[in-house]
Write a protein that binds this ligand. Structure first.
Ligand SMILES: Nc1nc2c(c(=O)[nH]1)N[C@H]1C(S)=C(S)[C@@H](COP(=O)(O)OP(=O)(O)OC[C@H]3O[C@@H](n4cnc5c(=O)[nH]c(N)nc54)[C@H](O)[C@@H]3O)O[C@H]1N2
Ligand SMILES: Nc1nc2c(c(=O)[nH]1)N[C@H]1C(S)=C(S)[C@@H](COP(=O)(O)OP(=O)(O)OC[C@H]3O[C@@H](n4cnc5c(=O)[nH]c(N)nc54)[C@H](O)[C@@H]3O)O[C@H]1N2
Ligand code: SF4
Ligand SMILES: [Mo]
Length: 888
């Protein structure tokens, strides 16, 4: 794109719920660069590795650019007519509950508002649910049970003001990196600040912890009920707060008393002495924040875990005051905005309740809607069951990839295949979900669309467009408005711009509110295009523009229950599950530092694809020994629902008996690594959130006859191997392979290399040792290289990848490539640790040997860790490991 002069646009990162401000600069030649917005109160200029790499993910490769009907390009009118007709027909023939929307915390608030309004007020069904069901539903349910509303009481500043931060089921260093960095910076200023990490794995986050409790899967309710008992037994209750602002304390305490310390130790797998250390630290420290995320929410007892945590904060009156409170950090950029508009099937708009007839009446009057959903709709897991058994006749999926991210994902795919009419709105042309769509609608993505998002601390920020919409891509709100008009609701959906939608949303938040509901941004009810364009980040509540007032909730009670008192929820740990001999291990799933969910965006960046380049299973050394698995073997992990093939990563950071598998790899990037195909559709009884972190599983070594590694300048069209995974690399692609049987390797290489330019292919065979190597050169360039061996291929990945972008004019250089070993003058960087500057583990280790003894010294010598800082914990790990070695 060419523009007259360089310009800088203030926007917000589209990844995690930290909600960092981003400055996107469009240079005169159209080149985009991004940097952290120094004025944004979430990040003050910082960005993590994913945010820093945003400019690498906005190219148009693999973008969906035109509407399609049954796989053929169609015009928008034709596609929209068809969607409206099919939805209207289903409603006319089978009633409003025969249609559904499955949406996402990655929609902007304006998109989300329109989706919810259309379904709940105009279709008249509450069959709209969102991937937030897989993410925040237990926190929403826990908040509502305790506070009477879905309110996050605290602010980010509390993390800097706290004397104790307890991180429960949160890998903050990788998943909310900028918050993590704010904590690290605060602790550098106040070294007395204590950090406790509660996670079955010793994650990178645990590296800053004073105490890491490697809790048994789902031991959290026991841990926090034990804490409540301890606080009561040792005189640490805030009796005044309890009596003035809460109900139900005695019941909660007696429920908690069901387990004594020995029983808590048994349930949590944490020694009594360690429990006592944590309990006494919490009891002694007034300024304590408990941050929690998916290790809490994604559980069959997720809502109870949330309330067990909140109970401890209510009992000590540590809520809504500086440096104190329970803090659910949200995952997606607009998880909170989705909750504000009522995007969950059991909520109504503007934090109103679907079960409450007054609320229903109020929303219906405000919308002047012909109908209003009378009862909660189907929650995600139930929704896809209803799709499978034919109750849902038409489904519209927007900004989410359920064929990969829903539990029992193969069953979800089968349901999509069976559904009479599936619409998918996405930015990517190829996803595991969109391949089942009857109608594909191209959405504008980050940088191309305008709207707002709300971060974890209730701060609303603008996303602003700085690129023109590519092809015929249109904003999601626009596509829905056009369908609504065609369904006969033109008057209620006559929006021309997102500002109009935002203004209506703000007006509804204040409508007949008068302090009765937490969510109130009435100050913005009159916003026009100009104010909207200029909108600066603000925190709710914002009933008026008074500013500078209280931004926290509940320091003085005032909960959103009828008597304005909070509820203690009596929770008891679920009975211990009996071990399943067929599936003796626990499958735990989650995230890695540099990828985002199903990789449709981060998979485009070679820098982000090099940190962890393959789907893997983290296995404890004792389990590896028992199952005869060595590091870098391929393992088959299976459950009653399915199986996957992954690289074994043997590490003492894992808890014995558990395996951890990332959720990111899909059929677009690996042969068989969709981990949700293994996850049971077991849900929390209160919130309906799936238990994605505790699935009975087994594993075995995959008997590989051969392993392979390849680098290719172009993506191969097909890969014929039992195990493969593919990722972007500098100058092309890298592929990992494993095969169960021997092949004609020359034919195998020819097929993998494809029929492009032929050039010169050099080969080396050592049949006795099972070593085969092939390299194809076109002109002076290496176009393809393949290394095969009986053991996991020992070729340095970083070095091999670099060969794609170097010239290989003379024959000796070419033979070095075939040999797969760097020559004496080329160092092997090792696995990439710092993605911003592509610094590898070997380089860091060498620098440590050369005298660099701190993360700062490494930064000065190699730049590593000096941009986004996401790798600082890993750099510290390498320094510590070297020091240990030196001491031995
Ligand atoms: N890099 C990156 N960052 C992201 C995302 C991403 O895809 N990539 N996604 C974003 C989204 S949507 C979300 S929801 C957040 C999620 O952020 P997090 O919740 O921090 O991430 P997860 O890796 O899903 O899970 C966190 C931890 O829970 C632990 N855990 C498992 N079982 C238990 C248990 O029973 N008890 C306890 N206490 N812990 C347990 C796991 O071992 C894991 O380390 O991240 C956001 N940020
Ligand atoms: N096993 C296991 N499963 C999990 C989890 C886990 O920890 N373990 N975590 C769960 C959680 S917390 C979450 S949040 C989910 C996330 O799971 P998903 O929401 O399925 O994952 P994403 O890859 O973020 O999907 C977003 C999709 O929207 C598209 N997209 C991007 N921008 C836009 C846009 O502006 N408009 C439209 N229409 N489309 C767009 C992307 O290309 C992509 O296809 O996964 C859940 N599933
Ligand atoms: S922490 Fe990283 S991913 Fe999250 S909003 Fe900030 S820059 Fe984006
Ligand atoms: Mo999430």
């Amino acid at each position: 794109m060419k523009t007259e002069e360089a310009r800088e646009v203030r926007t917000t990162c589209p990844y995690c719920g930290v909600g960092c401000g981003v400055l996107a600069e469009v240079a005169a030649n159209g080149k985009i660069t991004v940097r952290g917005d120094p004025n944004h109160p979430a990040n003050f200029g910082r960005l993590c590795s994913k945010g820093s790499a945003l400019a690498e993910t906005i190219d148009l490769d693999d973008r969906l650019l035109y509407p399609e009907i049954q796989g053929h390009r169609a015009g928008w009118d034709e596609a929209l007519d068809l969607v409206a007709t099919k939805f209207s027909q289903a409603i006319a023939e089978h009633g409003p509950d025969s249609v559904a929307f499955y949406v996402s915390g990655q929609l902007l608030t304006e998109d989300y508002y329109v989706a919810n309004k259309l379904m709940k007020g105009f279709v008249g069904s509450a069959n709209i649910d969102t991937n937030s069901r897989l993410c925040m539903a237990s926190s929403v349910a826990g908040h509502r049970r305790a506070f009477g509303s879905d309110t996050v009481p605290g602010t980010y500043e509390d993390l800097e003001l706290a004397d104790l931060i307890v991180l429960v089921g949160s890998n903050l260093a990788w998943c909310h990196p900028v918050l993590y960095q704010r904590i690290v910076a605060a602790r550098e200023k106040r070294p007395g600040m204590k950090i406790v990490v509660i996670d079955p794995r010793r994650t990178m986050t645990a590296d800053i912890a004073d105490l890491h409790l490697a809790i048994a899967p789902d031991g959290d309710t026991a841990l926090f009920t034990g804490l409540l008992t301890y606080l009561a037994d040792n005189g640490h209750l805030d009796r005044d707060y309890i009596s003035r602002h809460t109900n139900g304390f005695d019941d909660a305490l007696s429920a908690a008393g069901a387990l004594d310390l020995a029983a808590v130790s048994d349930r949590t797998g944490i020694q009594e002495e360690m429990l006592a250390r944590f309990y006494s630290l919490f009891a002694q420290t007034q300024r304590a924040v408990t941050v929690y995320s998916q290790g809490v929410n994604q559980s069959a007892s997720g809502t109870d875990k949330v309330n067990a945590i909140i109970n401890c904060h209510l009992a000590t009156g540590r809520i809504g005051r500086p440096g104190m409170g329970p803090f659910s950090v949200t995952g997606q950029p607009n998880a909170m905005g989705g909750r504000e508009v009522g995007g969950l099937a059991n909520m109504l708009a503007a934090h109103m309740e679907i079960e409450n007839p007054q609320h229903r009446d109020r929303v219906q009057r405000f919308w002047r809607a012909p109908a209003i959903a009378e009862k909660p709709g189907l929650k995600a897991v139930e929704m896809f069951r209803a799709v499978a058994d034919g109750r849902i006749k038409a489904l519209w999926i927007m900004a989410t990839n359920p064929a990969d991210s829903m539990p029992d994902a193969d069953a979800v795919e089968a349901a999509l295949r069976a559904c009479p009419f599936v619409v998918v709105s996405d930015i990517a042309a190829n996803t595991d979900t969109i391949r089942h769509a009857h109608v594909k609608l191209p959405a504008t993505g980050w940088g191309e669309k305008d709207g707002t998002v709300t971060n974890s601390e209730r701060r609303i920020s603008r996303q602003r467009a700085f690129l023109p919409p590519p092809g015929e891509a249109r904003p999601d709100w626009w596509a829905m408005v056009e369908v609504a008009k065609r369904m006969g609701f033109a008057e209620a959906f006559s929006y021309d711009a997102p500002a109009e939608i935002f203004a209506e949303h703000a007006t509804l938040s204040a409508f007949e509110n008068n302090g009765a509901r937490d969510f109130d941004i009435g100050a913005y009810a009159g916003v026009d295009d100009e104010n909207y364009e200029a909108l600066t980040p603000f925190q709710w509540p914002a009933p008026d523009y008074s500013g500078g007032k209280e931004t926290r909730f509940f320091a003085h009670g005032n909960f959103f229950t009828p008597d304005r008192k909070a509820w203690f929820v009596p929770v008891m740990p679920a009975p211990l599950k009996r071990a399943d001999n067929a599936y003796p291990l626990t499958l735990n799933t989650g995230r890695v530092r540099d990828h985002w969910h199903t990789m449709t965006r981060t998979g485009k960046s070679q820098r982000l694809s090099q940190h962890l380049a393959e789907p893997f299973a983290e296995i404890h050394p004792s389990d590896a020994r028992q199952y005869g698995i060595s590091d870098a073997d391929i393992v088959r992990v299976s459950t009653v629902h399915g199986e996957v093939l992954l690289r074994a990563l043997v590490t003492p950071r894992q808890r014995p008996g558990s395996i951890f598998v990332p959720m990111h790899w899909t059929d677009q990037f690996a042969s068989k690594a969709r981990v949700d195909a293994l996850v049971s559709p077991v849900t929390d009884p209160v919130s309906g959130q799936p238990a994605s972190k505790n699935v009975p599983a087994r594993m075995e070594r995959f008997a590989a006859h051969a392993f392979g590694f390849a680098v290719l300048a172009e993506r191969p069209t097909a890969i014929d191997a039992d195990y493969w995974s593919i990722g972007r690399s500098n100058g092309g692609w890298r592929v990992e392979l494993a095969l169960s049987a021997s092949r004609d390797w020359t034919a195998f290489a020819a097929k993998l290399f494809g029929h492009g330019e032929q050039g010169e292919t050099l080969a080396y065979h050592d049949t006795a040792n099972g070593q085969h190597r092939f390299a194809r050169f076109v002109g002076e360039r290496l176009a393809r290289a393949l290394y095969l061996a009986r053991e996991p291929v020992a070729v340095s990945r970083g070095w091999a990848v670099e060969q794609l972008s170097m010239t290989h004019a003379d024959r000796r250089m070419r033979l070095v490539v075939v040999a797969g070993r760097p020559g004496g003058n080329q160092a092997d960087r090792g696995a990439i640790v710092c993605s911003c500057f592509s610094v590898g583990a070997n380089q860091i280790a060498q620098a440590v040997q050369g005298g660099c003894a701190s993360v700062e010294a490494i930064g000065a010598a190699l730049q590593a860790g000096t941009n986004c800082g996401s790798c600082r914990a890993e750099i510290k790990g390498i320094i510590d490991a070297r020091r240990l070695q030196a001491a031995e």
